[in-house]
Write a protein that binds this ligand. Structure first.
Ligand SMILES: Cc1ncc(COP(=O)(O)O)c(C=O)c1O
Length: 390
């Protein structure tokens, strides 16, 4: 089992689930957690990801940054290798301090996670229970929903609209009806790559606060740096004044550090205090903390990555449009488009030609999610798409 009986009982003890539900939830939840996507058996999901990671594969399946973190990060790691024997207390303090400075907030407003994935889980544990569930759009990044099911928390999902945008009014309605502990709102959304303006998000949060005052809204800004829409804006400042808002960020995307596993959450200290008991002490390694600290404030590097992504995304968009496909708004390092055929079969065919694209999302079975690789990778990938979609 991934979660030991002991840690599960700790969860029960903290009031997250009813003890009587333990046996059924352990098994059902285990499947949910590992599958990370409905309709795919755990073993095949793992096999899928291993296949994508095999030598020679163009890996445009997981929204990673193909360029990696950059020489400045490698140099920082090399320079601190000798500190590997120490627990990373000082590095944790350094990183939260740098992040706080970047956002013009204080250190008490920041917590660090083993990827933002750990913080998404901690939010589910900290803000939901068997009677105060989770509300999510569908489709969205499944981690929070899958984990909630795993620990027996009820999950209500609401479909995206016809333009693939998260239906904010529908989430407000769900909040009014279900009085959930948490709403997970990903902006821009994965896998749809659509974004909501700052004004819309502020108004959405206000409506949720009124409809269900005890509901916390977790705004996942994993793809923040890739947004071009001038109406978009982070809600980190709002999280400073509103105790019901948490913002999650990651080093896995624009910073190119998915393998180093660092993320952070920003909120008022009392709000974060509900999440921290669920985190492992010293949850991020010494070298990962040092890597993150070396890059988070490097605006020139961020700008270079944004430019590269924008150009390659545009190349890929033009390819699909020329090939007769409509590409919806894409404000991230991936795009989601209707290929008018089974996305699972498309993926399998591309894999045969050494191109790994995103997996099928059950809510949108004919849509393919294509991450943006390097320009060289995308030039090869579109040749495979041409052959496969012919
Ligand atoms: C929207 C979103 N949030 C969070 C994550 C998790 O990222 P991390 O690597 O920081 O755990 C991902 C990963 O793809 C994601 O797409």
């Amino acid at each position: 089992m991934t979660v030991s009986r002991r840690s599960f009982l700790t969860t029960v003890g903290a009031g997250s689930v009813g003890a009587l539900a333990l046996p059924a939830i352990s098994w059902r939840g285990r499947e949910n957690l590992f599958a990370q996507g409905v309709g795919q058996a755990p073993a095949s999901r793992k096999a899928d990801r291993l296949l994508a990671a095999s030598p020679g594969m163009i890996r445009i399946d997981s929204n990673e940054n193909p360029n990696g973190p950059g020489e400045h990060v490698f140099a920082a790691i090399r320079n601190h290798l000798t500190e590997s024997n120490r627990y990373p207390v000082k590095s944790e303090d350094d990183l939260t301090s740098i992040i706080a400075k970047k956002h013009n907030i204080v250190q008490d407003n920041v917590i660090i996670g083993c990827g933002s994935g750990e913080l998404l889980r901690a939010s589910v544990q900290g803000f939901t229970s068997s009677s105060q569930g989770l509300v999510v759009p569908e489709p969205t990044f499944e981690s929070a929903g899958a984990f909630a099911k795993f620990i027996g928390v009820p999950v209500v999902s609401r479909p995206v609209d016809a333009t693939l945008h998260t239906d904010l009014d529908s989430l407000v309605d769900a909040a009014r009806a279900a009085k959930p502990g948490l709403i997970y709102f990903c902006n821009p959304n994965n896998p749809t790559a659509t974004v909501h303006s700052h004004a819309d998000v502020v108004s959405f949060i206000d409506k949720v606060n009124k409809a269900s005052p005890n509901t916390t809204i977790l705004v996942d800004e994993a793809y923040h740096e890739y947004v071009d829409d001038p109406k978009y804006g982070t809600v980190i400042p709002l999280a400073m004044s509103n105790p019901r808002v948490v913002v999650a960020r990651t080093f896995s995307k624009v910073f190119g550090m998915a393998g180093l596993r660092v993320g952070y959450a920003v909120a008022q200290p009392a709000t974060l205090a509900k999440m921290t008991p669920w985190l492992l002490g010293s949850n991020v390694s010494q070298l990962s903390l040092i890597a993150a600290a070396a890059t988070v404030g490097n605006e020139a590097h961020i700008a270079a990555e944004q430019k590269r992504n924008r150009e390659t995304r545009e190349f890929t968009r033009k390819y699909f449009e020329k090939a007769g496909f409509k590409v919806p708004e894409c404000q991230a390092n991936f795009m989601m488009l209707d290929i008018h055929r089974d996305a699972k079969a498309f993926k399998a065919e591309c894999i045969k030609h050494k191109v790994a694209v995103g997996r099928q999302f059950p809510a949108l079975p004919t849509y393919a999610r294509v991450s943006i690789g390097t320009m060289a990778e995308m030039k090869k990938a579109v040749e495979v798409f041409t052959a496969t979609l012919a």
